[in-house]
Design a protein around this ligand. Sequence first.
Ligand code: ADP
Ligand code: MG
Length: 222
Amino acid sequence: MIKTSGLGYTYPGGASLFFPDVDVAQGTVLLLSGPSGCGKSTWLALVAALVAPTSGSLTVAGQTLDALKSVAADAWRARAIGFLPQRLHLSTALSVYQNLAMAQWAAGQPEDAPRIHAALQALGVPELAQRKPGQLSGGQAQRVALARAVLLQPQVILADEPTASLDDAAAADAVGLLLTTAQAQNATLVIATHDARVAQRVPPGASRQIVLQPSYILHKPL
Ligand code: ADP
Ligand code: MG
């Protein structure tokens, strides 16, 4: 489902990051942890084909990513990956409903109102469809962003620091929602986080953990 081999990424003119090999089956929960700056967001960007690896190879949801051209990568990502970014990137000028509809347009699909309402319902926020993102609490905004991420039933859900700006109760809620949503869709779930509260909420028997270390990064000498 997600399989990497010798994966590395060098920022143009910047640090070179080297990642441990990963091989997880469909439906796995993978906790990607490690201190700030150790490469978690970069690893997610590689898995989502937002950037191409500078070394090694990876296969995600049956697709070998280094062979993907950028247009094909966009189409593949829209179908296969549900991304919950650290900053949610909800369009403030659009309603919640329209934000979800945009995900369908981006994937080349017709707008499907029943599906949008069902996704909001599944995340417990059916009443928010006509609100603007500026009228939502942090927890509500995250539910909406998660509804958008999983709208097209992706095989892989990637969440980047999903509890970063949440208090304990909302953080527990967010992790619970990610787990139940991934399980309901049999999706592989990756949670990238340096928040110890997340690990406490993920059942160890049902998950795998990879800890990135700062020593995996080569910094270019000045
Ligand atoms: P994390 O998500 O674990 O905090 P990141 O993947 O964001 O870590 O960053 C990993 C390393 O790559 C850091 O050392 C960071 O300074 C470097 N880095 C991240 N983004 C860029 C960028 N756009 N240009 C150059 N270096 C970057
Ligand atoms: Mg990060």
